[in-house]
Write a protein that binds this ligand. Structure first.
Ligand SMILES: Nc1nc2c(c(=O)[nH]1)N[C@H]1C(S)=C(S)[C@@H](COP(=O)(O)OP(=O)(O)OC[C@H]3O[C@@H](n4cnc5c(=O)[nH]c(N)nc54)[C@H](O)[C@@H]3O)O[C@H]1N2
Ligand SMILES: Nc1nc2c(c(=O)[nH]1)N[C@H]1C(S)=C(S)[C@@H](COP(=O)(O)OP(=O)(O)OC[C@H]3O[C@@H](n4cnc5c(=O)[nH]c(N)nc54)[C@H](O)[C@@H]3O)O[C@H]1N2
Ligand code: SF4
Ligand SMILES: [Mo]
Length: 713
């Protein structure tokens, strides 16, 4: 059989690295980094190689399965669709549209078919009970983009390749390969920054892999970054080095709001001395081009929204927003904003039934999903559709959610694995995997530190009987609509409504055709066929300034001050004045990610799970000694929400008073059909995180800075 080389991109994380595949006999025999990819330049991580493991995994589902009393039973697609449509439609007819809940998990934004066809399908359900990984993650970014720049996806991207000073708070791109910033080959980009005389500064309660390559690293007490950031704004203003664009309003008010949060007032509680804060702020303000960037550690904490707001304010006041080497809005080949593919977002237009928490862009926060499933009354969730996700492990209070899934009238999962969540589904619909499907990264090319575009055709043919994700959502959506309109009047009405006609026509377009139409109508001279001539990707150049033109606020101005942020200041005053955030016995738990692990999945890929265990609770040796806990022993970790048992690993890379537990584990549940290696055999961190506590502005989950006690077992 001839051996061929094919090119594409990895869709496992946000870095979208270019890949070179060797293909023989419809099988991928090797995967390497594509040196000619204009963004990733040959970089890959070990996860890319596991695409072969995933493809060949015997645990993987290819055909739909139905849960029966005697276990899982493989069924034909037609029957599976009928069962799903029947379950969803009967729940809606009996209890109303809000009785069907939707959870859209992380991989849904990494799958083209899910973007083009999953979103129209879930919109058809017309439920307010929509949830997604957004509120476990980047909701504060989206809310702040919406407030400051008028659109949830108007995300300024750090111009890492041209900056002089890169300040990273609560992000670990050396392990995560970047997030809300598509930055493959981070290590070499940092080396280039340093060799041109620039600085990488990291603020993190753990000395991370990113801190290891940084020039400056400060430990910070978890959850106190908002105080640090307000004091940095203070330092910048006091230094007289502000450079504010004329489309920005509210600088005087910001000056007033931050005035109490001086370096010396916050130093004790954040755990960084006043001198160090002043030095950091002064260096930031005096760099020719600087950029502050914050990720999970500052997003998924009590003051997540204030943190993301303050990061933008810091960039804006120092003139680094829309500046080469600062933070810039990208110019993707397919602009999700300009093409109105994603709306600008709206906030607090309605609230959740049980806990009165605000929606954002039509979604409720995940931390209240279990309440909406278990609290009796009108509007209670009775059926769920889970798209590419595993909320039983990913959402705070996972065990309760697990039980709640078990109590549903009906559930469908779209997943190629029987995982801790999909095990409760009545039917699982498995899509093809990444090697078998076309890819164009609608989201992460738009978040790139450089503008690039690539269309990657499927590398191998799909397995017999398998269906692509878009085909599944298309078939289901069309059948669902038909079943819903089963009265004659409805059918006539449907025929006359142009929207349902266009929806159906759109659903019948393949993702490749959809991408082609979007490219062509963007009038940049691109199409699927022009992109296909450059299989390594097309370079569209560095990030470019474009404000105020690219603002989506109604008056094309940036208003710095927003009531929801101002309302948080009293709470921040309280934290500042009660320097002890924890009682003497308590420690603050944070999370971590590992290069060879991806959220709650890929734990059965042999290439990734060999080696040393990586699920342990990291703790500072002094914190173990003072509690009489031996390194390597099993401890109980207890929070207000629950207790887990886990091995402890002493590490002087932890800030004293802080422990770290990775998430995505907890696979030892009955009925899960994965063969999971011992390296990832830890408990679920979300049996400890607390769904009752959320970021008070956005209601995003708090996954970092959770007060816990640990004790020997
Ligand atoms: N404590 C704690 N909790 C966290 C986090 C944390 O840092 N700490 N991080 C949070 C964050 S940032 C995120 S994004 C979430 C992620 O959590 P989830 O949104 O639950 O996503 P995953 O864990 O990635 O779930 C992946 C599931 O999708 C399936 N899948 C993979 N690819 C595809 C595909 O192409 N199509 C379909 N249909 N299915 C697919 C996999 O088989 C797997 O079962 O977890 C959050 N939870
Ligand atoms: N290998 C791998 N890569 C991934 C993923 C994965 O699971 N594995 N997941 C992907 C996803 S879904 C996402 S969202 C991204 C996340 O990308 P990142 O945010 O870069 O990844 P994390 O490892 O969660 O980094 C969060 C950092 O915040 C620190 N931290 C915790 N609490 C605080 C705090 O209060 N203040 C400060 N300043 N820091 C704090 C933690 O120690 C940690 O180093 O990664 C993506 N990439
Ligand atoms: S860094 Fe992310 S995109 Fe690149 S190879 Fe690894 S998993 Fe794939
Ligand atoms: Mo995420």
């Amino acid at each position: 059989m001839p051996m061929t080389k094919k090119y594409g991109s990895c869709n496992l994380c946000e870095a979208v690295c270019g890949l070179e595949f060797t293909v023989e006999n419809n099988a991928v025999t090797s995967i390497r980094g594509d040196k000619q990819d204009p963004l990733s330049r040959g970089h890959i991580c070990p996860k890319a190689l596991s695409l072969i493991d995933l493809h060949e995994d015997p645990d993987r589902l290819v055909k739909p399965v139905r849960r029966t009393r005697d276990g899982w039973q493989e069924i034909e697609w037609d029957l599976a669709y009928d069962l799903v449509v029947d379950g969803l439609v009967s729940t809606r007819k009996q209890y109303g549209a809000n009785a069907v809940g939707v959870y859209q998990g992380n991989p849904s934004v990494h799958s083209l078919g899910s973007m083009t066809h999953g979103i129209p399908f879930t919109s058809m359900l017309r439920t307010r009970n929509r949830y997604s990984a957004t509120s476990l993650d980047q909701l504060p970014h989206q809310l702040v983009n919406h407030l400051l720049y008028g659109h949830q996806l108007a995300l300024p991207i750090p111009d890492i390749d041209r900056t002089d000073f890169f300040l990273v708070l609560g992000g670990n791109p050396m392990a995560s390969n970047g997030s809300m910033m598509t930055v493959p080959d981070f290590a070499n980009r940092v080396r280039a920054l340093q060799s041109r005389g620039g600085t990488l500064a990291v603020v993190d309660p753990r000395r991370t892999e990113t801190a290891d390559v940084a020039d400056v690293h400060h430990f910070i007490r978890p959850g106190t970054d908002a105080l640090l950031l307000l004091s940095l704004i203070n330092v910048v203003i006091a230094s007289g080095r502000t450079r504010v664009a004329d489309y920005v309003d509210g600088v005087d008010e910001v000056t007033r709001l931050v005035q109490d949060f001086t370096p010396s007032a916050v130093a004790d509680v954040v755990g960084i001395s006043a001198e160090e804060i002043v030095t950091l702020g002064t260096r930031f303000a005096s760099a020719e081009a600087a950029v502050a960037y914050g990720r999970m550690g500052v997003s998924t904490q009590r003051f997540g929204t204030v943190c993301q707001w303050a990061i933008q304010v810091l960039n804006i006041l120092t003139g680094n927003l829309d500046r080469v080497g600062g933070a810039l809005l990208s110019d993707p080949a397919i602009d999700l904003i300009d093409r109105s593919i994603v709306g600008r977002g709206h906030f607090d237009k309605w609230r959740s039934r049980v806990r009165d928490l605000p929606e954002f862009a039509g979604e409720f926060p995940c931390s209240t999903l279990v309440d909406e499933m278990t609290t009796p009354g009108d509007g209670r969730i009775r059926a769920m559709a889970v798209l590419s996700g595993n909320p039983a492990l990913s959402v705070p209070g996972g065990t309760k959610l697990d039980d709640a899934f078990a109590g549903l009238d009906f559930m469908v999962s779209f997943d190629f694995y029987i995982n801790e969540t999909s095990r409760h589904a009545n039917v699982i619909l498995p899509p093809t995997m990444s090697l078998e499907r076309d890819h164009y990264d609608l989201v992460f090319q738009a978040f790139g530190v450089r503008n690039t575009a690539k269309f990657s055709p499927a590398v191998v043919a799909k397995k017999p009987g398998a269906k692509a994700e878009w085909e599944i959502y298309r078939d289901l959506a069309i059948r669902y609509q038909a079943a819903l309109s089963d009265s004659r009047l409805d059918r006539v009405r449907r025929r006359l409504t142009p929207t349902s006609l266009t929806t159906e026509a759109r659903l019948r377009l393949s993702p490749r055709r959809t991408v082609d139409l979007l490219l062509r109508s963007a009038r940049k001279g691109l199409s699927v066929s022009t992109l296909s001539k450059s299989p390594h990707g097309t370079d569209l150049g560095p990030l470019r300034p474009g404000l105020p033109g690219k603002l989506h606020t109604r008056d094309k101005r940036v208003h710095l001050v927003h009531d929801v942020v101002v309302a948080e200041l009293p709470a921040l005053h309280d934290v500042m004045h009660h320097a002890a955030v924890t009682t003497g016995e308590e420690l603050l738990m944070i999370g971590r990610r590992h290069l060879r692990s991806n959220n709650s999945w890929m734990h059965n890929a042999p290439r990734l799970t060999k080696g040393r265990p990586r699920h342990q609770l990291l703790a500072h040796p002094d914190d173990l000694a003072s509690r009489g806990i031996d390194d390597g022993s099993v401890v109980s970790v207890t929070s207000a929400a629950g207790t887990v048992r886990i091995e402890v690993l002493a590490s002087d890379r932890m800030m004293p008073g802080v422990v770290s537990m990775p998430h995505g584990f907890g696979h030892q549940r009955q009925g899960v059909e994965l063969s999971v290696a011992t390296t990832v055999a830890g408990p679920s961190a979300n049996d400890v995180t607390d769904p009752q506590h959320v970021d008070a502005v956005s209601a995003n989950a708090i996954l970092n800075g959770v007060p816990v006690t640990i004790s020997p077992t």
